[in-house]
Design a protein around this ligand. Structure first.
Ligand code: GLC
Length: 719
């Protein structure tokens, strides 16, 4: 008999339900704290999993109680939200997506897993795969933007990076694809609000990344807090059982979100914990995080015949199988047994710095305000984010300590040490106090450039951080307007550096600053990466993975919208438009300037006609006509103008990167299977239709910047 079946045969009900329970330790607070000390429960086997604990010594202390003092010695599974780094923080996921480099995405997960396992952890609650098109929603920061294909690529990269090919390895973490699913389109962008979307949107936008995570071998999946079209995800039998386990064949562990089973009562689908526990168990949720619904509710549900012991055993089996795959039975102390080499830590920090520059998204750069002129002697740096080291972490900082982060001021001090920097915060974050503006603005005198560090603090995005006005807080705008007026009088350039976990609505700044860098939240090397870009040592490489609207009233705004029967026509009043804002965004998906100047030419597509089983090859010449070396990102979109259902105005198919020296010309070739041009027909079944499809290639999701060609699809030609 296998170890697991042998254990199952011996386990009491209380011990079984312990394996289905995950309780928070107190290292990090990621939800309503309702748990106390778990030691006794670990010893008596009624808690089998923990979250929010850090440190190999603490973890091993708890592990030793479970393995050596409990009756059956089943090791603990201990997880943490290692979202964008563990001790050494990388750019937040939305920022990291901006580098459009899946190898880098995988590497940050790998590095984070090394640090997390060094702290004794065996599981992370990442990657977050929510596709977001609503910047009011604070958790946009945790995902990879507006495109489902991008989220699917991120899923693949992160699962491989966290789990590696050997899940039992000392440096491997079980990944957790979350939050399943369609959490991001919460009503009005308000956190935790209800979600109501079409089956088409669900399948076209919100499922692909999770399918990719299962294909990549993700070991756990976390249902979202939200209710989808009236059914809370934590009890969603059609999607948890029939789709994930049935259609996708997912055999891993479903772990509820924090107290989400208990919250079925507040959703109004369960009268008490017994009913809540029954609903979730029937849906196949294996682990109850922080609700104690399984421990306290299932014994009664069993007595009442609402659930069966087989159903409980099925969940326990999956949890024990995960622990076995992690190697926890063979060696529960394997993770964290060996401290990391100093060289690995040094290399990791350098990687974080290099990656930071590649994620910085230069939204504007007029009059070559950037890079700063060589030999610059005096700068004026204003704003509450200039020396806010802790805020460089962004939301979800795991074990990243505030003092471990490099601020802009620290970066200037080390990276431009011979430059005199005159600095003031000017205004605070929350107090609305603008009394310091005049004194701050006076520092512009004699400076050769004004740098404004503005935006959100780390707590203004992430979970429970929806904003109805996702802009730069008013006191900071008062500072910006006064300082820019002074800079204009002094005829010095104005560089705005924005820190945020989402696009910000910045129409005035977009008009009045000479250069704008979206620095998102870049993690531990933020200040150094920013100064590498300011100084011109490195060209910014980021491309925004999410559309920047002109006004929050345009939201949801994204490049994959459908055409409408009355598309905008300035010559026709009765067409799709606003009275007060243009339809187009301030910055489209993919926008991001570099210190090069790239020209695309000679787009060619082969073959001209293609059957479903063939491959389409797209080639384009690209030259750097600028004065500096830079890395360009080129996007390949398609447009299916006539089909049996309305089709998106643009669909992202591939992207590629190329680094060119000034004057250098290169060739970019992108290939993709014609079968990817199939879509969900009116009956929501996949269909591949004959007809012409546009191929569009360029630097951003703006037709005016795209070279176009066309390919003809044949639906029934044997190739
Ligand atoms: C939080 C989040 C989830 C996280 C979990 C554990 O509420 O919704 O993303 O993984 O609880 O911290």
């Amino acid at each position: 008999m296998s170890r697991i079946e042998d254990l199952l045969a011996k386990m009491t009900l209380a011990e079984k339900l312990g394996q289905l329970t995950m309780t928070a330790s107190s290292y990090a607070v990621t939800g309503p704290v309702i748990a106390g000390d778990s030691t006794e429960s670990i010893r008596d086997g009624t808690i089998g999993n923990l979250l929010n604990m850090v440190g190999a010594d603490h973890v091993n202390e708890m592990q030793r109680i479970a393995v050596e003092q409990s009756r059956l010695g089943i090791p603990l599974l201990i997880g943490l939200d290692i979202i964008h780094g563990h001790r050494m923080l990388f750019p937040i996921p939305l920022a990291e997506t901006a580098c459009f480099d899946p190898e880098a995405w995988e590497r940050t997960a790998r590095e984070a897993a090394r640090e997390g396992t060094a702290d004794g952890l065996a599981m992370t609650f990442a990657p977050m795969l929510d596709v977001s098109r609503d910047l009011r929603w604070g958790r946009t920061a945790e995902g990879s933007g507006e495109d489902p294909g991008l989220a699917a690529l991120m899923a693949h990269a992160k699962v491989r990076g966290f789990q590696t090919a050997d899940l039992s390895g000392a440096e491997s973490l079980a990944a957790c694809a979350k939050h399943f699913c369609a959490y991001s389109p919460v009503t009005a962008g308000r956190e935790y609000a209800a979600v109501d979307i079409s089956e088409r949107t669900l399948r076209e936008v919100h499922l692909p990344a999770f399918a990719a995570s299962v294909k990549a071998g993700v070991e756990t999946i976390m249902p979202a807090f939200t209710d989808l079209n009236g059914v809370p995800m934590t009890a969603h039998i059609p999607l948890l059982r029939d789709y994930l386990r049935g259609e996708l064949g997912f055999e891993g562990v479903l772990v509820s979100d924090y107290n989400a089973i208990g919250e079925l009562i507040k959703h109004g689908v369960a009268a008490d914990l017994v009913e809540a526990a029954t609903l979730s168990l029937k849906a196949g949720v294996d682990i109850d995080m922080m609700a104690n619904a399984y421990r306290n509710g299932l014994p009664i549900a069993l007595e009442r015949g609402l659930v069966t012991m087989d159903e409980i055993d099925t969940c326990v089996r999956r949890v024990l199988q995960l622990k076995e795959k992690l190697g926890l039975f063979d060696d529960p102390y394997r993770r964290g047994a060996k401290p990391e080499a100093a060289s690995a830590i040094t290399a990791r920090r350098q990687f974080a710095r290099d990656l930071g520059a590649r994620c910085i998204t230069m939204l504007k750069n007029e009059g070559e305000a950037l890079p700063l002129k060589p030999g610059v002697k005096r700068l004026c740096v204003l704003g509450p984010l200039a020396d806010a080291a802790a805020d460089m972490r962004g939301p979800w900082w795991a074990a990243g300590e505030p003092e471990g982060q490099v601020s802009v001021m620290a970066g200037l001090k080390s990276g431009l040490s011979d430059v005199e920097v005159r600095y003031a915060t000017g205004v605070g974050f929350d107090d609305g106090d603008t009394a310091g503006i005049d004194e701050a603005v006076a520092l512009c005198e004699g400076a050769e450039a004004l740098i404004l560090c503005l935006g959100e603090r780390a707590s203004m995005s992430g979970e429970a951080a929806s904003r109805a006005y996702p802009d730069i807080p008013e006191p900071q705008m008062a500072l910006a307007k006064a300082a820019i007026a002074r800079a204009r009088a002094l005829q010095i350039p104005v560089i705005a550096i924005l820190f945020s976990g989402r696009p910000l609505v910045i129409p005035w700044l977009a008009e009045n600053a000479d250069a704008i860098l979206a620095a998102w939240f870049l993690g531990c090397e933020a200040g150094n990466a920013i100064v590498d870009v300011l100084s011109g040592r490195v060209s910014p490489g980021g491309r925004t993975p999410i559309t920047w609207p002109r006004a929050v009233g345009q939201v949801p705004i994204f490049f994959g919208q459908r055409p409408s029967g009355r598309p905008m026509d300035p010559k026709d009043y009765f067409t799709s438009k606003y009275q007060d804002v243009p339809n187009d965004p301030l910055y489209p998906f993919g926008h991001g300037l570099t210190y090069g100047r790239f020209v695309l030419s000679n787009l060619r597509v082969t073959p001209e006609t293609v059957a479903e089983r063939q491959e389409i090859e797209v080639a384009i010449d690209i030259s750097n006509e600028g004065k500096r070396a830079a890395e360009e990102t080129v996007f390949l979109f398609t447009r299916d103008r006539v089909a049996s259902v309305t089709r998106p105005l643009l669909e992202l198919r591939r992207f590629a990167k190329i680094r060119l020296e000034p004057g250098q010309t290169g060739l970019v070739v992108m290939k993709f299977p014609a079968a990817e041009l199939s879509f969900l027909g009116a009956d929501l079944e996949p269909v591949f239709e004959a007809g012409d499809v546009e191929i569009l290639v360029g630097p951003r999701a703006d037709r005016a910047d795209l070279l176009t060609a066309s390919v003809r699809l044949f639906a029934n030609v044997d190739d």
